[in-house]
Structure formats: structure tokens, C-alpha cells
Design a protein around this ligand. Sequence first.
Ligand code: SF4
Ligand code: SF4
Ligand code: SF4
Length: 590
Amino acid sequence: MEKKKINVTIDGRPYEVGGGKSILEACNEIGISIPSLCYLKDVSYNASCGICVVELKGAKTLVRSCVTNIREGMEVVTHSPQIDQARKMNLELLLANHPKDCLVCERNGNCELQDLSAVLGIKEDAFPRTKPHMEPDNSSLALIRNPDKCILCGRCVAVCAEVQSVFAIDFTGRGLRSRIGTFEDKGLGNVACTSCGQCALVCPTAAIVERDETNEVFADLYDKDKVVIVQTAPAIRVGIGEAMGMEEGALVTGQMVAALRKLGFDKIFDTQFTADLTIMEEGYELIHRIKSGGTLPMVTSCSPGWIKFIEHFFPKSLEHLSTCKSPQQMFGAVAKTYYAEKMNIDPRKLVVVSIMPCTAKKFECKRPEMKSAFHYWQEKMGLQEGESFYDVDYVLTTRELAKMFKRKGVDFEHLHVEEFDKPLGISTGAGVIFGATGGVMEAAVRTAYEVITGKPLDKIDLNVVRGFEGIKEAELDLAGTKIKVAVAHTLKNARTLLEQIEEGKSPYAFIEVMTCPGGCLGGGGQPIPTTWAIRQKRADSIYREDKLHPIRKSHENPAIKAIYEEFLTEPLGHISHELLHTAYTERGIY
Ligand code: SF4
Ligand code: SF4
Ligand code: SF4
């Protein structure tokens, strides 16, 4: 509830602002911008950077506006020579230990520290370096940490703890040896990090970045011996335009396809095709569990950060997870079997590249069990273990894809729209909404209702599971059987639902969990910045695309009908089990 309005004076002018806020937030509300590096709305208030200082009438020193509450009658000055000097000196102190190698830096051109240095007029090294050099942490398949570039703002620690409830990283050491570390310095790849990338998304510098695989993908694109195909997740079409300089949440599906063709991919396919396939397999799995008295609630398994989280923190509950692979992994498996066979392509020469909003997908595609296509071909082609290959070869984030477009000089905004290739590019509106929290649930209901009742669904939009509330629930009537379902985004909210399950108090039959705030559209690999206002614009575009789609239910996708007729035979059948379903691994909590 908005607190009572109060009257204040800011920069000599009277304003009425909402109470119960910090000075910084009150100023933002009326369009006065105060720079900061460590503040992160609703998440991080550790007041460590000292950039947001302001003058407050009656105070003996400058105050940090992110942690000072605004009060009736306050007189605040946000810009003055004294403030500018203090901000500049605080920044110079942070920069003393910073490498400043912007030209060869991952965040060059999209870095808050770099931008602020320009804004505050930093021209020289004002203070000598005092900290020892620290080696990067290369242990994670998804992320790289470079402690030399860390300014100890604490945003990553706050997001990991407060949003994800994972606590994989924290402040460690003292004085000049202060740094962000993992348990016993084991490295991100060896602790209970979920690879979600939310830390990289909020880091104001290049101290945490995704593992960049753009060079490897370019090398395969230039290799004439290889057939390189690409799949794009639903959330890319509402994020890549932004990363290419267009407005926030721009819906650019057709331009994205055209730009991928310009990069030289042999076929442009859509992860939404396998999102539809997931709905078929997962929907039938749910129906089977309900009818046969199987383990309920069944919980979705599309989001690899979530899978790693439950493997680390709730291994006793793994049987609640659907056995369905994620759409990305289903795509790799059917591309290197069904599609390779259909097109007479040697699966060893077929390279599958995924464009994902998610850093955890980089971890997921390298899980040892994600080699189902190799096992499919092993006997048929007499392949040796040494020739094994993964179903998905590379995962690039939205940010990495933007780098590739820029490197190739693609004039993204002015491209004419083009269509996905067939058959793995054919999808439905149900596939699109996988990109937003609640989307998998809504898509599943559209299919499950019609399969169970045999009747068309009157109202396709399931508004009750849309929006950014942390946990949403609904009661559904499936031909007289009433079931309760729930939707959670962020691992903190998922933890609440898991605790209910482990206490035997879960009232639900089916639960959707997405790791990242807002779902995939707010994934750790999406453009920086990603705020709630931006997430909302991306969600609006996703639901707009769904509305525009001529087919909005997964079971009506003609390419899905064809793959069952030509190859898989039936949902949950023998080939589906081999290629589309998986098992999970118990992991420790460090
Ligand atoms: S993190 Fe930012 S300021 Fe630091 S080297 Fe990279 S681009 Fe430059
Ligand atoms: S990737 Fe996610 S879980 Fe791992 S440290 Fe970052 S925020 Fe925490
Ligand atoms: S790693 Fe990035 S987000 Fe974390 S404390 Fe360092 S600079 Fe801040």
C-alpha cells in the first residue's frame, strides 16, 4: 500500500512524494536521477559505493540517499560542487584497484562503471593500486568470475540470497583482502550455484559474466563440412531487439530470423516447436500420474537452474519433477535423430546451437545424460564411445547473440522479416508463452483440458496465472476432476512450495517453477539492464505474439502431429522415453 504523501524540497523546488521511501527512490519517482553503483531496487541496499550521496539540510555530512528515508519537510540537494567532488573521489577509490582494460572487456559498451566514469569526468588514476591481483574463477560451465573487476557493491550477494535463496556467494576476507567468494573458495562450478546468472545480470561491471562461446560458433559456421542449425527460445524475440538498440520489449521475431540467416546458419528453427512437444509429453505425464495415483504434485522441469536447485537443496523431492527434458534439450535430441534421418544428414556433422535467455542452459547442455541422439545412433551406425556428441553443442545468451550480429555488421532494425524453417520452426501461441512466468501452466491447461474432456476450451487465456506475483494459484475443473495448481518464479518462491511438499502440506496437483524473476524473459542471459518495468514490456510482447498466432494450442501444431505420426508414435511411448525424458542427480549443498 502506498504510504501517505509528504512535502519535501528537492534542489530548491517543492514536491509531493510518496512516504516510506529512501531519498534516492523518492527522487527517481519525480524524475530526478541520482547515480549509484550498489543500490538495486527492492534487492540491495548495502550503501557501500558512496556514489549516491546528497546534501540534507541540517546534516553535518553528506548522506547516502539509498539508505536515508525521506521525511516531511526535508530539504535535499542532489547536485552541487561538493557532491560532485565526493562522488568523483569515491569512484576514484573504487577505480584504484580496477584493471580498466575496457577495450578487451566483456562489458565494454554496456558497463555501469564505465558509464559513470565518463559521467563524473574521470581522467586519470588518482590513487595507486593497493590490492593483490586475484585469479578468475573458471570452474563454472555457465559463468566466469573475475574478482579483479569486482567493486564489492554486493548486488550479486543480495540477488543470490534474497531473490534466489541460494547463498552460493558472499563477502569474504577483510580490508584489502575483501572479496566475493564461494564456500572454501571451491569456485562457482563446485558449490551449490544454480548457474541462473542473476548475479551477472545485476553486476555493474564485468566481474561476473557468461562463458562466451561466440568464437566457437563462428568457427563452426565457417566450416563447410558442418551443417549448423539454430533454435531460439521464446524470450529471445522480445529481448534481442533491445540488445540491438531498439525499444525495450520490442517484438522482433521476423527480424531475428532474418539476422540469423545473415550469420550463416543453415536452418533457423524455433524452441517453441519443442515447447509444444513438451506440453504433449508433460500433459500426458500429468494425466497419467493423476489417473494412476502417481507422485503429485508434479513439478515442471523446463528451467535448468531450478533443476540444479532442487538437486542440491531438495533431493528427497526429485520424484516430484516431471521426467520431461526441457524444450532446449528435446530440440537437440529430435534434431539429431528425427531431423537428421529425414534430411539424410550425418548426425556427427550436425551442430545444434541454442539461443537462450538463460546462462543455466550452458550447464544443462553439458550434463552427461544429454547425449540421447548419440545413444540412438550408436548401434545403428556402429559408433564408438570416443565419437560421442551432445544433443546441443552450444548455448549462446541473448547478449552473446547481439555480439555476433554486431561483429557481422547486421543492420538488425532495418531487416525485412523472414519465416522460420520447417518443420522444427513450426509452433503455436502456446509455445510463445513459455517465455513468461505462468506460460507453461497456461499452455498445459489449453492441451490437458481438451485431451481429458474431448471438448474445446471456451476461454483460451488463463489470466489467473499471468502477471508477476511471486506465487499464483488456480483451481481447474477437468471434466469433473478439480485440481489445484500453482506457479512460482524465482527460487525463493520455489523454495516455499518445496517446503510445503516436504511437510506433506502441498494442496497442488501441478506446479510450474521458473528460476528467474518474471520467467525466461527475465533470464540471466537477457539484455542488461533488466528491470521490472522492462520485464513487463517483454511480457506484453509475448502475450501479443500469442494472440496473433493462428494456432494457440500445442496439440493442434501440425508439425507436432507429424512427428508423432512419423517418428515418436505416441506421447510417453518408447522413443519418447529414450529421447525426451531424463533422470536427475542428487547433489550436495556446497
Ligand atoms: S568492467 Fe567496465 S570499467 Fe571495468 S574494464 Fe570492463 S568495461 Fe571497463
Ligand atoms: S548464478 Fe545464481 S545461484 Fe549462482 S551465484 Fe549467481 S545468483 Fe547465485
Ligand atoms: S561481482 Fe559484481 S555484483 Fe558482485 S560485488 Fe562484485 S561488482 Fe558487485
